[in-house]
Design a protein around this ligand. Structure first.
Ligand code: SF4
Length: 420
């Protein structure tokens, strides 16, 4: 979401003649686009702000803007801590940053945003389709910072995807905090994610469509069936479960039961047996007992996800959990649980990937440097192989080597010999 926002801001600024520069050393404007979901991300932003503040104090003349999740309606504390920041802009609030650099008289109507789509340099791009979140997970700062769910008009999304296709993008990832909630808030139009998939199917130049992040309750049978039926939509799901324990899910106020989560995953595997399913897990949530943690282990061992993003719980100021639930799991236990899950997942990934040796996959070439190529399969597996002048193509790659995190192969029917 932040990458897409940065691109959009960059496109807006370049409309007024500003150019992106390689480093911030000689920039007239430095924008820090922040994430506040985890403490670590916030600390990194603070570190960068500290360095830039020092540079300003040393006499360097540039404007400094902070945008994104770290910015809220009340930034008094941040303003006090970083008085050298010229503008604080909430997520998708681009105008104050534009106005910082451009004479107000040069801005015609403020209506330039809808058609100002960023053009990424690569062949993949993120397209936000819904902003904000209506859920109330007790640990999460996102609804407080990004507001309630607001879907973009379908025509605007399709216009943007066509623009990206013309610029050479081959794969778009439709993003939203809860992407399947798309369309629910649109009063005048009846549409959903499945409809958007079907529309993008008809756009020439776009060969692949991905989507994230899924929220189990919003995943309808219609959407899952559309993933299965639309040729361009990749059979890859990121469905955060967060915990395998019923009581933990209640404490997190995730809004679904383990059974409801399992039903979705079972249905996906029924209609798309080879679909890749990834998930997110939080360990060390307040009060997590050994038994509750073991429930998570049991879920992972039963469902054998393709990938798991594991995070140790860190309290975020402003959330319900921060105010009401004591962060009572010691850091060393959190770390230990995190390592246990990582080890289990590593074993699962090795087992799964080993079965892929000698298979051939269609890979979209996303990077090519001196004959070394990197791309991804439809199921989001990273693949390394040799090739020349094939950037943006979809090629058949025969796999001969695997690790828990990626695959290695050679282009099928090439003269190259795999050295194993
Ligand atoms: S679904 Fe929950 S965790 Fe995800 S963005 Fe919304 S509130 Fe946060």
């Amino acid at each position: 979401m932040n990458e897409a926002d940065s691109l959009k801001l960059s496109a807006g600024l370049s409309k007024f003649g500003l150019q992106q520069v390689a480093t911030d050393e000689n920039a007239d404007l430095v924008v820090i686009n922040t994430c506040a979901v985890r403490q670590h991300a916030e600390e990194r932003a603070f570190g960068q702000l500290g360095n830039l503040t020092k540079r300003k104090k040393d006499g360097h003349n540039f404007k400094l803007a902070v945008m994104g999740c770290m910015v809220s309606n009340n930034n008094k504390d941040l303003q006090k801590r970083f008085p050298m920041v010229d503008v604080w802009a909430k997520p998708q609030e681009f105008d104050p940053i534009i106005e910082l650099m451009i004479e107000e008289s040069d801005i015609s109507s403020g209506e330039f945003w809808p058609e100002t789509f960023g053009t990424p340099k690569g062949i993949t791009a993120f397209v936000p389709i819904i902003h904000g979140c209506n859920k109330i997970c007790t640990y999460c700062i996102v609804p407080l910072r990004r507001g309630r769910e607001i879907s973009r008009e379908p025509l605007e999304i399709l216009h943007e995807v066509k623009h990206l296709a013309k610029a050479g993008v081959k794969e778009v990832t439709l993003v939203g905090q809860t992407v399947e909630a798309y369309g629910k808030d649109l009063d005048t139009i009846q549409t959903d994610l499945a409809d958007i998939f079907e529309e993008i199917e008809t756009i020439d130049g776009i060969n692949r469509v991905r989507f994230l992040t899924s929220y189990p309750v919003d995943m309808t049978k219609k959407i899952i069936d559309a993933v299965s039926n639309c040729k361009k939509v990749c059979e890859h799901f990121l469905i955060p479960v967060q915990s395998g324990s019923e009581s933990m899910l209640k404490k997190m106020r995730r809004g679904y039961s383990i059974l409801e989560f399992k039903k979705r995953v079972n249905y996906i595997r029924e209609v798309m047996p080879t679909a890749a399913i990834s998930t997110d897990i939080i360990v060390g949530f307040p009060g997590e007992t050994t038994k509750e943690f073991e429930d998570t282990i049991a879920l992972i061992e039963e469902y054998k996800f393709d990938k798991i993003h594991i995070a140790a719980y860190s309290p975020r100021p402003g959330t319900y959990a921060y105010r009401k639930l004591e962060d009572d799991i010691p850091l060393e236990i959190k770390k230990e649980r995190l390592q246990i899950l990582e080890a289990i997942q590593k074993k699962i990934s090795i087992e799964k990937n080993t079965k892929l040796i000698d298979s051939t996959f269609k890979v979209l070439v996303e990077k090519e440097e001196s004959g070394k190529c990197t791309g991804r399969t439809s199921s989001n597996q990273l693949v390394h192989f040799n090739g020349e002048n094939i950037l943006g193509d979809i090629v058949d790659v025969h796999i001969h080597e695997v690790s828990p995190w990626s695959l290695k192969g050679i282009i099928a029917n090439s003269n190259e010999i795999a050295i194993i």
